[in-house]
Design a protein around this ligand. Structure first.
Ligand code: G3H
Ligand code: 13P
Ligand code: ZN
Length: 285
């Protein structure tokens, strides 16, 4: 069942859980996500990054997403992750995405507001929901010191103004996570999540969620996170399964035999995340 991002995240916001938003680049990842969602009866978001769109093409990602959503008994939204380009956002919407992210976080506040507002007006006119980012969620490779990190976190008052002026449907906040594999254990600013949720009373998004310990994820969800982005943990499950298969079966050259076990491994990781996020059993019809 294909739904908008707004519908899926409104339900999560009102019922106190988080929807997993999993990055896809190929068919096996899409299938792994849908199988996990069916198994756990979870609403789910399939999302593609700039890199994902470049690799597979917007038509293939949208096509696979739409087929998956139509076949699924659970609610599914198709989302553009970290959109930056107006044309690309338009192409996603035209191809059937039901949610887009405009990531203007690298701009100054006023410019971020301006760009986000334009996308919101255009997307809402055709019934598509919008995520924006305030604060800076970098990569684990960025090597930002703890003091510097604090300055990149989302300011609650700025967030209130940002949402009011842009009309965005859900907001990605910078609270201590980063994209990619962590070197140490990430420390989340839980007080900040709480304050932002109280001020905004709307769905909040956590990026860079791979490798965040279960207790931290659960606490973040209890404080108001409703969309949790996972990419790296799926990549790692894929890599481990393919590596294991190829090292045990170096002469097997059938792609289905090589990638099939990876699809199962990704499904298991995804289903575990759905349970962790409190999404299991929350699907509606
Ligand atoms: O937000 C970042 C995602 O992990 C996507 O990364 O651009 O390599 O697909 P990617
Ligand atoms: P991870 O790769 O760290 O899970 O981050 C995913 C993400 O935030 C995609 O937008
Ligand atoms: Zn991200």
């Amino acid at each position: 069942m294909l739904v908008t991002g707004k519908e899926i995240l409104k339900h999560a916001h009102e019922n106190g859980y988080a929807v997993g938003a999993f990055n896809v680049n190929n068919m096996e990842q899409v299938q792994a996500i849908i199988e996990a969602a069916e198994e756990t009866q979870s609403p789910v978001i399939i999302q593609a990054s700039q890199g994902g769109l470049k690799y597979a093409g917007v038509e293939y990602i949208a096509g696979m997403g739409k087929i998956a959503a139509e076949k699924a008994s659970v609610p599914v939204a198709i989302h553009l992750d970290h959109g930056t380009d107006f044309k690309q956002i338009m192409a996603c919407i035209r191809n059937g995405f039901t949610s887009v992210m405009i990531d203007g976080s690298h701009h100054e506040l006023e410019e971020n507001i301006k760009i986000t507002k334009q996308i919101v007006e255009m997307a809402h006119a055709v019934g598509v929901s919008v995520e924006a980012e305030l604060g800076k969620i970098g990569g684990t490779e960025d090597d930002i010191s703890v003091d510097e990190k604090d300055a990149t976190y989302t300011d609650p008052d700025e967030a209130a103004r940002f949402v009011e002026e842009t009309g965005v449907d859900y907001l990605a906040i910078a609270v201590g996570t980063a994209h990619g594999p962590y070197k140490g254990e990430p420390k989340l600013d839980f007080d900040r999540i709480k304050v932002i949720k109280e001020k905004l009373n709307m769905p909040l998004v956590l990026h860079g969620s791979s490798g965040v310990p279960e207790e931290s994820i659960k606490k973040a969800v209890s404080l108001g996170i409703n969309k949790i982005n996972i990419d790296t943990d799926i990549r790692m499950a894929f890599h481990k399964a393919v590596k294991e298969f190829v090292s045990k079966n170096p002469d097997v050259y059938d792609p289905r035999k090589i990638v099939g076990p990876a699809r199962v491994a990704m499904k298991e990781v995804i289903a575990e995340k759905m349970r962790m996020f409190g999404a299991a059993g929350k699907a509606w019809r």
